[in-house]
Design a protein around this ligand. Structure first.
Ligand code: ACO
Length: 382
């Protein structure tokens, strides 16, 4: 433990000393309960993920993103609940048009959400209507930016289409086939909620000050942008292309681990068992109409990787994580790798906004303490 330092020349007896602070400190807040939630249950030991008690695999099989968002916001399971994409306010479109084409899609999305907030009346407390409006706005904003940077005009939302189909339509200018839309919808369900991760916590902290929902989600996007959070399914694609063929898998994996590299799409801070989201997305990837040609390779490499990781780390189960099978799904629906993180952020809107509602419903300002480890009280020099 570090304690406040006092300089050797500090002979002053008039200033009170700074007491040692022995309260427990957990770097990264690991193991600290900082909220109560009825939204998501992440069971790392047994590889379970539940949204309001419902298994993620069942939600992917029988639900839609619209129904899952409704479940997270209201607690009610209504399979007919739907979401569409929403028009972009002119002031926000003007800002999207002014962004450089090389801006990162996550930066464009965060900027759009912030600008959207400036165009709305977002009274406290946040409401399901606000959550829905923001969740329906963001796919339009990301699709518009993705077109503008290619010199194309944005596509107006089609209210006949559900949110995920509408997003792909506004991105590509064509209505996707139902199998493709269904695959991305499954990805959105899987990405919708995952407990008190860094971005969700950021959203709850901002909400706890009674700030508005757009500020909370802009902050959450900022938190998710960091490479330790947003994940990198595109790196899975890179590694598989380096492996090249199933016969080379064993040799390539052993050499990569010998170099101290990590296998992308394996291991997780919470899951010690197979990530249930990876299991759900593997099924989706295998039944997609336009599978990437490397999906078979991925399935074969996974077996080899799991065997070698178990051999190298007998003390620590390292299993497949969600990123491994998110990669073929996102690529298979035609997204470019640089859109993967922002698409993940779109899917998390349902969970983030549900946490905003939950925080606001039993709010207490989130204000932890820091242990002071700086100099003891002293006089300015001279
Ligand atoms: N490949 C090889 N070795 C690994 C891997 C991996 N994917 N993951 C962990 N290890 C090893 C570490 O090298 C370490 O070994 P050591 O003790 O000999 O140094 C041991 O397992 C424990 O690793 P930690 O870093 O303590 O595990 P942590 O729980 O902090 O890491 C993480 C989790 C960051 C996801 C890690 O497993 C990893 O880097 N995986 C690869 C990247 C990846 O797939 N990221 C996506 C995660 S899912 C998501 O973010 C949504």
């Amino acid at each position: 433990m570090t304690t406040p330092t006092s300089s050797a020349g500090d002979a002053s007896t008039s200033t009170p000393s700074i007491p040692t602070d022995d309260r427990p400190y957990s770097p990264g807040l690991e193991g600290i309960i900082a909220a109560e939630t009825a939204l998501g249950y992440v069971d790392g030991a047994n590889g379970r993920l539940l949204y309001r008690g419902y298994r993620i695999g069942d939600l992917v099989e029988h639900g839609t993103y619209g129904a899952v968002a409704h479940l997270l916001w209201t607690g009610e399971w209504d399979p007919t609940a739907r979401l569409t994409t929403a028009p972009i306010p002119p002031a926000v479109m003007a800002i999207l048009r002014s962004l450089p084409a090389e801006a990162k899609p996550m930066d464009a999305l965060r900027t759009a959400v912030s600008a959207w907030g400036a165009t709305q009346r977002l009274d406290w407390p946040p409401t399901v209507e606000q959550a829905r409006a923001l969740t329906e706005f963001s796919p339009s904003a990301l699709a518009a930016f993705a077109r503008l940077r290619r010199g194309l005009e944005p596509v107006e939302p089609n209210p006949e289409l559900d949110l995920v189909t509408g997003f792909l339509y506004q991105l590509n200018g064509e209505v996707p086939d139902p199998g493709t839309a269904r695959a991305l919808d499954a990805y959105f369900i899987v990405g919708a909620e995952h407990g008190l991760n860094a971005s969700t916590f950021a959203a709850r902290v901002i909400t706890s000050t009674r700030s508005d929902i757009a500020s909370a989600i802009a902050g959450a996007i900022g938190a998710m942008k960091g490479p330790l959070h947003g994940g990198a399914p595109s790196e899975v694609v890179d590694q598989l292309s380096q492996v090249g063929s199933p016969e080379h898998a064993e040799e390539w994996i052993r050499a990569a681990l010998d170099r101290g590299e990590r296998l992308m799409g394996f291991g997780h801070r919470v899951y010690r068992a197979y990530d249930p989201r990876a299991a759900a997305l593997r099924k989706v990837a295998e039944s997609m109409p336009h599978k990437p040609d490397w999906l078979d390779l991925a399935i074969k490499v996974e077996d080899v990787a799991l065997r070698i990781l178990a051999e190298r780390h007998p003390e620590r189960p390292l299993k497949t994580n969600v990123e491994y099978y998110a990669a073929p799904v996102l690529q298979g629906v035609g997204l470019t790798p640089d859109l993967f993180p922002a698409t993940f952020a779109l899917s998390r809107h349902a969970g983030w906004t549900a946490h905003v509602l939950e925080q606001a419903a039993s709010n207490r300002l989130i204000r932890p303490d820091a242990r002071y480890v700086g100099p003891a009280e002293r006089d300015l020099p001279g």
